[in-house]
Ligand binder design. Structure first.
Ligand SMILES: NC(=O)c1ccc[n+]([C@@H]2O[C@H](COP(=O)([O-])OP(=O)(O)OC[C@H]3O[C@@H](n4cnc5c(N)ncnc54)[C@H](OP(=O)(O)O)[C@@H]3O)[C@@H](O)[C@H]2O)c1
Length: 400
């Protein structure tokens, strides 16, 4: 069966056939989120199994179920696949629970027999002021999902991490456990690495860790439900510009902003449908050897060209790049403070090895030529959503 999110135009290699060894349903965390909802839709399309999703609720199971259905419907429409909605109704159900509760507060006896756990849930609040919430959700939460998987006959476990557990390393980043002395940039990265280590040292016999880079919208529709990563940066940049415009009018149309960044730094982004396809293919593949996989773009754009495009979209002068803040004006300093979280991602050039992932997933889903015009379509779709004018799939520029 072809993938829902088929990436056929670029000479895609078909993914390896999935394992038939797994028996039972799928247990998914984070299914109301950006990545998790796409993973559920991919499981709906690629398997015939029931899918049970852990969902927080303010009330009862019915409220959790309603939230899940709404999130999955939104995700199906965002990827222009309305035909999936009826399958979601039939095959997906919510179980109320919380990552923060022991075994997520789930009574396994009340669920259909499970065959695999997909842990996509996490806190992406990023800023260090939320460090306690980040840690408890991402580390304690992962421990709770692991203990659930262990108590359910040691279920196979698929953990969605991030390629940025590489911290401040530069150059070639291998698909392997991070070195013990890696220096991490923030509490989000620390929590994701601590969670990886819990998975890798658990008693579970079958675990895989899949690390996407920066996840962007759907490759065809460009639509996104995310406000993290690229989108958090765009939102912060635009918010800053609006503040300046209120006081100084169109000053920033003529005066280039200074960025503490390396214009040649690759910015590794990958569409959400490629992540969902890759994760499900890796997760369901028979014994494929490696435990760590990068879902990374082997052809990432450079920061300079991408930021130039973003400045055009925001009607700003092209930026200049600096390696010290000695020439910063007050405005530069304020912008730097607004986007401080992203600073480590705008330098420290990394090349993510993706050989293990490519051997399972094929090349097409790891090769996205995000030239400025291609990336512009993603940015425009997001800005339209921010402005409350969501684009219908057929209004969005299809560039692939
Ligand atoms: N987005 C990216 O660019 C990116 C890049 C690399 C890796 N990742 C990884 O991909 C995974 C998913 O990220 P995302 O972008 O999809 O994030 P997201 O849209 O913010 O979704 C997070 C999901 O986790 C759930 N969740 C959070 N706290 C919970 C709790 N205490 N109990 C139960 N569920 C909880 C949320 O449920 P609610 O709806 O109840 O809030 C939501 O479903 C994460 O592991 C992240 O580290 C993301």
């Amino acid at each position: 069966m072809a993938s829902l999110f088929d990436n056929t135009d670029g000479g895609a290699e078909p993914p390896l056939s999935v394992s038939t060894a797994m028996k039972g349903g799928h247990f998914v965390t984070g299914a109301t989120g950006f990545v998790g909802s796409s993973v559920v839709l991919e499981l709906v399309r690629r398997t015939d199994d029931p899918i049970v999703c852990l969902v927080r609720s303010t009330g009862d199971d019915a409220a959790a179920d309603g939230r899940l259905r709404m999130a999955l419907k939104r995700a199906a429409l965002a990827c222009d696949a309305p035909e999936l909605v009826s399958q979601v109704e039939e095959r997906c159900s919510a179980v109320e629970g919380d990552l923060l509760a022991p075994r997520c507060g789930v009574d396994l006896r009340a669920l259909p027999s499970l065959g695999m756990v997909w842990h996509c849930g996490a806190s992406l609040r990023y800023e260090d002021e939320h460090k306690d919430a980040i840690w408890s959700t991402n580390v304690d939460g992962t421990a709770n999902v692991l203990s659930l998987a262990q108590s359910a006959r040691q279920l196979p476990f698929r953990y969605v991490s991030t390629a940025f557990v590489a911290g401040d390393r530069t150059g070639h980043i291998e698909e392997a456990a991070a070195p013990s002395d890696v220096r991490l940039n923030n509490w989000y990265e620390r929590s994701k690495l601590a969670a990886e280590r819990l998975v890798a040292t658990s008693t579970l016999p079958d675990w895989r860790i899949v690390r996407p880079t920066i996840v962007i919208g759907h490759s065809r529709t460009k639509s996104t439900t995310s406000s993290s990563g690229l989108y958090g940066f765009v939102r912060g940049f635009r918010r800053f510009n609006s503040r300046v415009a209120q006081q100084l009018g169109d000053f920033l149309r003529h005066r280039p902003m200074r960025f503490f960044a390396d214009p040649d730094c690759p910015i590794n982004m990958i569409p959400v449908d490629a992540v969902a396809r890759g994760l499900v293919t890796i997760g369901l593949a028979g014994d494929c050897g490696p435990r760590y996989y990068h879902l990374a773009n082997v052809d990432p754009p450079r920061l300079g060209e991408s930021l130039d495009m973003l400045c055009q979209e925001l009607d700003l002068a092209s930026p200049t790049y600096v390696s010290t803040d000695s020439a910063f004006t007050t405005i530069d300093r304020e912008l730097d403070a607004e986007l401080r979280f992203y600073r480590s991602y705008l330098s420290n050039a990394k090349q993510f090895d993706a050989a293990a992932a490519m051997a399972v997933v094929g090349k097409a889903d790891l090769s996205w030529a995000l030239n400025p015009d291609e990336l512009r379509a993603y940015v425009r779709a997001y800005l339209a959503t921010l402005d409350g004018r969501p684009q219908q799939p057929d209004q969005v520029v299809r560039t692939r």
